[in-house]
Unconditional design. Structure first.
Length: 458
RNA sequence: UCCUCGGUAGCUCAAUCGGCAGAGCGGGUGGCUGUUAACCACUAGGUUGUAGGUUCAAGUCCUACCCGAGGAGCCA
């Protein structure tokens, strides 16, 4: 390949050009080729944006025979002039002076110039980012990860890297994946790498609480693992979670941050990923733009659990699962509240202590805890959080009540022995945020290589 | 893990009451002076998820299993 005399341009930049450019170099993958007698059109995509750039290759090019052979999926390097398009549908196009075929994709390339099912694309998860939809989804995923860090940075939060491998069998947040160097079949953890049983983390919360009680406002953002055998469109075994934790903060402040965060991230996507979001609004969920704009514009409903039970109890349409104080709300109840009754995000708070974990702060009624869940239309629960129990005696009593071994949590309890303060935090499922922002209905389609029961091919 | 639905060409799907397994797209060949998932003509392409069973005859009916989807539980 000849040494380029001009640096490579990204397609996104060229499509936004103010004026024609005499010589440009683009490198990317051919999405489709249309041939006429004396020239060919190539649609080239380099991943920098949703749109392709149209390349015109005339028959008098030195290697025009090679151009005729180019197949969908092939990689090319095109040198030429950026000129105003003579055709309709695009402002700029590249009039090629040379087309190098970097690699010719054989006819077995599975992606066609037409719509494929999500189920089929999941079977070729390694190639699906070359489609419009998945390219857009994973560009948005990248932008949103940045937006999360920017959100916290602007508010003075510190980013804490909590451990991936953990020795504490924490809080019963789901089945654990065991981490071991023992040969298969052996279970004497005294001889194992850490000298005791170790697992992949299910949550960074207990660790990050320790840093809230030293650095103030902190968060973790990393992978978490649940070995639950759950086969739904909203669960994967490996997912990313954002967990802020704030010292000297009560449940009200916690709900304030949760609402502000969801609004801010949705607004970021609308503003900074407009083309990609637009693809989802047109082809995936016609209501998407309305849903997202409502989230940004209107206050979330804040509703105590007890009042939610009353509202649900008054509904004429029967639910499959009974509504009663003391029962956890089922999916159908949550969806009714956020999709039918209020038609916008709802923050439920002050749940009965019997259905929540030990670390949530006991309210004065001795019946409820300072918990809160944020429910959003179509996705359901996107955030779960609470004010934490900072009183040593109360926490200790709750642990005993729930049959937990204090020795296991000795380090955690130290935070309540030495300078304990009211503090609060929550967990936001990153993939569920992406489902909200894109309208994608299956969580497997917002994860580059999703892990679900029986599925780890990639 | 439970309930429901599904599995037919590379992909998306059709096949009436159990009676010759088809179309579009994609691939190949040829054509076309500006196309926009280009278009036109021709062409190749099948162990109907797997294993059994019923029947003169099974894509279609029965049994088991595998895989996928939707819903449920659990949760983020």
């Amino acid at each position: 390949m000849p040494t380029p005399i001009v640096p490579r341009s990204r397609v996104a930049a060229l499509l936004n050009a103010d004026a024609a450019i005499e010589t440009v170099l683009i490198k990317g993958w051919v999405r489709t080729k249309r041939d006429a007698k004396a020239f060919s059109f190539l649609e080239v995509n380099d991943g920098s944006c949703l749109k392709n750039i149209q390349v015109i290759a005339d028959a008098d090019l030195p290697d025009y025979a090679g151009v005729r052979n180019i197949t969908t999926g092939s990689a090319v390097a095109v040198t030429g002039a950026l000129v105003a398009s003579k055709g309709k549908g695009q402002q700029w196009e590249v009039q090629a002076s040379s087309v190098d075929v970097v690699h010719l994709a054989p006819e077995s390339f599975p992606l066609q110039k037409k719509r494929h099912s999500d189920e089929f694309l999941r079977t070729i998860a390694h190639l699906r980012p070359r489609t419009n939809k998945y390219g857009a989804a994973f560009r948005i995923r990248s932008e949103m990860a940045y937006a999360v860090h920017a959100f916290f940075k602007q508010r003075g939060f510190r980013y804490i890297h909590t451990p991936i491998i953990t020795g504490s069998d924490c809080e019963g947040a789901g089945e654990l994946f065991r981490v071991t160097t023992l040969p298969p079949g052996e279970a004497d953890f005294q001889n194992d790498f850490f000298g005791r049983e170790a697992s992949l983390t299910v949550s960074g919360q207990l660790s990050v609480e320790m840093f809230a009680l030293s650095l103030g406002d902190v968060y973790t953002f990393g992978p978490t693992f649940r070995a639950e055998n759950s086969n739904t469109s909203r669960h994967v075994a490996e997912f990313w979670m954002i967990e802020p934790e704030m010292a000297f903060c009560d449940l009200g402040g916690n709900m304030d941050l949760a609402e502000e965060m969801v609004k801010c991230l949705v607004d970021y996507a609308l503003t900074n990923c407009a083309d990609d979001v637009d693809l989802f609004a047109r082809f995936v969920d016609k209501q998407l733009r309305h849903t997202l704009e409502t989230i940004c514009a209107k206050d979330f409903i804040r509703l105590p659990y007890a009042e939610a039970i009353e509202i649900l109890g008054r509904v004429k349409k029967p639910f499959e699962h009974p509504v009663a104080y003391g029962n956890d709300l089922q999916s159908e109840h949550e969806r009714f509240l956020t999709e039918t009754h209020f038609r916008k995000p709802v923050i439920l708070h002050d749940y009965p202590k019997t259905i929540k974990p030990f670390y949530m702060r006991l309210n004065d009624d001795n019946k409820t805890v300072a918990a809160m869940d944020v429910l959003v239309p179509r996705v359901g629960e996107i955030i779960g959080g609470s004010q934490r129990e900072e009183r040593f005696d109360v926490l200790s009593a709750r642990m005993a009540e729930m049959g937990l071994d204090e020795m296991e949590y000795a380090w955690y309890l130290d935070s309540r022995r030495y300078g304990s303060v009211p503090h609060s935090g929550f967990g936001l499922g990153f993939e569920r945020l992406l489902m909200l922002v894109t309208g994608i209905s299956n969580i497997r389609d917002v994860v580059p290589f999703p892990r679900t029961p029986g599925n780890i091919a990639f």
